[in-house]
Design a protein around this ligand. Structure first.
Ligand code: UT7
Length: 327
């Protein structure tokens, strides 16, 4: 009999410190950096974001999101046999030990595999795709897939073109082996030729960082690529499941910019009411944005069992991808 992977639980966590555009405008003005609620809202759709305190790491937020997802799945934590964390802001420089291993330790779990995935804002899509393949291969039964970011750590608050756009948070899902189809299709892509338009260029050398340790982005160039690939990959993943956008109950795109999301939905002829939007309240939380939005819509009752959702993301690398899922 065929084995499928199905999402059996979702969870998320936002750090309590909510920073509105107005708060940020005042904070930046103190350093002579000019911005406004009007600019941020009209260019990106963002009204507020959450920032973690200095002693909070990606794993701290991941653990809370994970506990909520495991509880909703009705599992005991030691039934989880694999943890995958998608993050660009891992707890440790160099990425090791992996944030997934630290999550495992903080959850007092043992006997399961754990690793990180680095695909920036597409990281959660990559992680879901890997979990799906491993469950279908029969090697793992209950996989915890987490997107967790403390992007505020890599924001240059002197660069108004980036610092107003991102936020911190974590989202998680439990994916379990199932006789019923859950993940219907996935598609992943990358093109390293675009690596220069969105990056953290610094390198570790001789015990120090050489170059900038902050996010740098050519916003308009990223915008152009994002709009183009998000439509293409959505069509691709729908076609591979012999479906069309009309079959979707919900679209959950990466939450970077409302204008990118609206443009993608319009090209796919998906009405705005079917698009889950959290960018207004969360900002861009990179790998956490999709599972955060998914958990919000599950917990407020919009997304129901049996519905079909399309999640898709794009980010640094460049990487992009999509997954078509029956809830
Ligand atoms: O998660 C990965 C994916 N990331 C994305 O998808 C982000 C994609 N890009 C974007 O969302 C948009 O390009 C931005 C929101 C980053 C920028 O919007 P834009 O409409 O492309 O604006 P722009 O970068 O072309 O900047 C327009 C103007 C510039 O001034 P001049 O040169 O026209 O005088 C900027 O200096 O806006 C200025 N500007 C700001 N003004 C006030 C840039 N940042 C700010 C700011 N406040 N925070």
């Amino acid at each position: 009999m065929n084995v499928f992977s199905k999402i059996t639980g979702t969870g998320s966590y936002l750090p309590p410190r909510r920073v509105t555009n107005q708060d940020l405008t005042i904070q930046l003005a103190a350093d002579g950096i000019e911005t406004s609620d009007e600019w941020i809202l009209s260019r990106s759709g963002i009204s507020a974001r959450h920032f973690a305190e200095a002693d909070v790491s990606a794993s701290d937020m991941a653990v809370i999101a994970a506990q909520r997802a495991i509880e909703q799945a009705g599992l005991e934590k030691n039934q989880i046999d694999l943890i995958i964390v998608a993050t660009s802001t891992p707890d440790h420089l160099g990425g090791f030990p992996s944030t997934a291993c630290i999550v495992q330790k903080k959850l007092a779990m043992n006997n399961c595999a754990a690793f990180d995935v680095q695909a920036v804002c597409s990281g959660f899509i990559y992680a879901v795709s890997i979990a799906d393949a491993m469950i279908k291969a029969g090697t793992h039964k209950n996989v915890l897939v987490i997107g967790a970011e403390v992007f505020s750590r890599i924001l240059d608050f002197k660069d108004r073109g980036t610092c107003v756009l991102f936020g911190d948070g974590a989202g998680a899902v439990v994916m379990s082996a199932s006789k019923q189809p859950g993940v219907l299709a996935t598609k992943l892509h990358a093109d390293g030729h675009y690596s220069h338009i969105l990056s953290v260029p610094g390198k570790a050398a001789n015990g120090a960082v050489q170059g900038s340790a902050f996010v740098q982005m050519d916003g308009p160039a990223v915008f152009k690529v994002a709009v183009s690939v998000l439509e293409k990959v959505a069509v691709e993943v729908l076609e591979s499941a012999n479906m069309t956008a009309a079959d979707l109950d919900w679209l959950i795109p990466h939450q970077a910019n409302i204008r990118i999301m609206q443009s993608t939905a319009k090209k796919l002829h998906i009405p705005a009411e079917k698009v889950v939007v959290t960018v207004d309240q969360h900002g861009n939380t990179s790998a956490a944005s999709i599972p955060l939005a998914l958990d919000c819509a599950v917990r407020d009752g919009r997304i129901k069992a049996g519905q079909t959702i399309l999640i898709e993301g794009v980010g640094g690398g460049f990487t992009w991808g999509a997954a078509l899922i029956r809830m």
